[in-house]
Structures are given as C-alpha cells and as structure tokens.
Unconditional design. Structure first.
Length: 170
C-alpha cells in the first residue's frame, strides 16, 4: 500500500506546481499591464508639461514677437531675459522608450511640439491613435483673426489652456 500512496503524492505535487505556475503567470501579466498604464500616464503628464512649457516660452517673448524654442534645453533655461526663466525643471526622457523625444518642427524652424518615438500600441485608445507616436503634444497659437485656438489635426479640443495648448492625447 505504501507504493500507491507515493503515486498520489507525486500527482498532487505536480498539480500544485501547475496551479502555482499558472497563478504566477497571471500575476506577472497583471504587473506588466500596470507598468504599461503607469508609463502611459507618465507620457501624458510629461507631454502636457512640455506642451505648457512651449506655450509659456512662445507667449512670453520679451520682444513681443513670439517665437518657438530652437532647442528643448531652451525650455529649461530661457536666456532671452536678463535673469534666465525656467519653464521645465529638467529635460524629461520619453517614458515609453526611455530615450529622446521626436521633435515637431514649427514653420519658423523652432520646436512646436513633441511625441514619442515608440510604435507600440497603447492600452488606452485615444481617437485614431494607432501607436504612441500618434500622441502629439504641440502648441499652435490662435490665428490672428480668430478667437478660437488653432488645434493640430486629430487632436483633442477638450479643455484648451490660454492660447491653444490642447493636448492631442487626452
């Protein structure tokens, strides 16, 4: 009888191992999804901070002739004033890739916005955005004859701030 008991114990251990392995797989998948959600939230938050900084740089020109920043580092330290102004504390990396942002050039050659370089599909669907590259954070000033802010194509018009900083990824 002892031989039969050992077989049942072995099958029980195998079954318990399979259950624990499946449970760990589910926990790891949930953890990975949570990390992706956090990165998406960081992407939106940091993108809006860059967008706001570009708005403040553009609208706060000391010569009353607004212009976009030439480099992202101009948002950290604006040397156009006697005492430098700061619109960002530091240059933040793209939270999805951990690298540099893709730059959206303005007609005057400055930087009007940023977007991620990642081609991954986002968890959160935002309009027609097929990848994180489609989450654009740009500032377009209101046109001279219009009271309504100019908004980039495909972007959200929800809650635009002064001028027209309407985040494309809301």
């Amino acid at each position: 009888m002892v031989k039969h008991d050992r077989g049942f114990t072995y099958i029980g251990v195998l079954l318990a191992t399979a259950i624990v392995t499946a449970g760990l797989g589910l926990v790891i998948e949930a953890w990975h999804t949570t990390l992706r959600r956090e990165k998406e939230a960081d992407l939106q938050h940091i993108g809006i901070q860059y967008q706001r900084a570009i708005l403040l740089y553009y609208e706060g020109s000391p010569t009353r002739q607004p212009r976009y920043p030439r480099e992202l580092k101009d948002l950290v330290r604006d040397e156009r004033y006697p005492t430098a102004r700061r619109y960002l504390r530091k240059l933040y990396p793209d939270p999805i890739t951990g690298g540099e942002w893709a730059i959206m050039k303005a007609p005057d050659g400055g930087i009007m916005g940023i977007h991620s370089t990642s081609t991954a599909v986002p968890l959160k669907v935002r309009g027609a955005a097929a990848s994180y590259q489609d989450w654009k954070f740009a500032y377009l000033p209101a046109s001279a004859g219009s009271k309504k802010p100019a908004v980039p194509p495909g972007s959200s018009t929800a809650k635009p701030t002064a001028g027209s900083a309407a985040p494309a990824a809301r």
